[in-house]
Write a protein that binds this ligand. Sequence first.
Ligand code: C5P
Length: 397
Amino acid sequence: MKIKNIVLGVTGGIAAYKAAELTSRLKKEGYDVRCVMTKSAQQFLSPLTLQTLSNHPVITDLFAAPTTQWNVEHIALAKWADVFIIAPATANIIGKMAAGIGDDFLSTCVMATKAPIVLVPAMNEAMYEHQAVVDNIALLKKRGCFFIEPAVGKLACGDSGKGRMEEPNVIVDYLKRLGRYDLTGKKILITAGPTREALDPVRFLTNHSSGRMGYALAEAAYERGALVTLISGPVNLAAPTGVDVIKVDSALAMYEAVLARFDEQDAVIKAAAVADYRPETVSAEKIKKKDGDWLVKLVRNPDILAELGGRKTRQILVGFAAETNDVEANARKKLVAKNLDLICANDITEAEAGFGTETNRLTIYRKDQSKISLPLMSKKQAADLILDQIGQLWQNE
Ligand code: C5P
């Protein structure tokens, strides 16, 4: 897909001012941008600003005389779009889209488009966490809409939290990647999350992995055209759009799921935190407490990645190394021992770069001994940079 024409829908939130910079940046990148503003958006930003920056009339009213040569304007504009982006997207437009309501120009036009839809939510954190919004976003993702999640920071209402509209430069980068489709047709298998090693029907051993890094990788790979299989341990995350998700529980189940699909893959990225050990025996009944200690014997789980390293033919293999000490030495050792092409290492003792966080600070080590140290960034941005590295390896083949 080559993106040239972008429809930018602007809805009514204070972040609407960022739509001006976004329009300006998109124009500088050579895109043709046509803006649509809702009634509330015009309370925050003048249509004249977007008209001047986009060099096109801004559409604000479903029933006004057409501003273009198209007489059924909401349909013509919907067809013209290569990408339809709504930034900022309020809880209201998200709700209307989820419910199929078209009561103004923007909501009818976005309903009529067959172009990829990218939503950039911005709202107060409590609103973003409201079950209705959460459910609506999950539904829209299921229908294939893309989301650029809000960033964490100071909000206009004075609160701090997740709700700030992502910055225009990040949105432009996102659109460039979406348009690049540089991984089209590549089969990529990604693992994510922790595993659970049962002791009995109610107890298990696990770890702190949230699955966020693996899910971000799956989302990013799909957006770039890859055919993505995500093998996920138990996590609290919505399935990413367009991705084939296979849920597993234990390391052994993950081992079987990965091995069964390995031969057809072009790349495997193992972001899961797989338990190295499992209880030797699993009781079929709940183990009753007794006086004294309970000694559990743990036995080794297979190392899935090492196994893939031994079997690989053409596949690119990427591992993760979550370390608490000697990060570089440990990562390099694993890269060689598991026969990997890349390993992404992070120091999980760092505040913003470990389990459960939205951000990561990774260093990517390559097989040829070189390394790239990434600054602190969102897991999604890190995911794209990891995919860039894989793309480069394919280019050099
Ligand atoms: O050896 P370590 O567990 O630190 O290596 C981490 C990498 O190996 C990760 O990519 C992880 O998904 C993978 N791994 C695996 N199977 C295991 C243990 C780790 O695939 N049993």
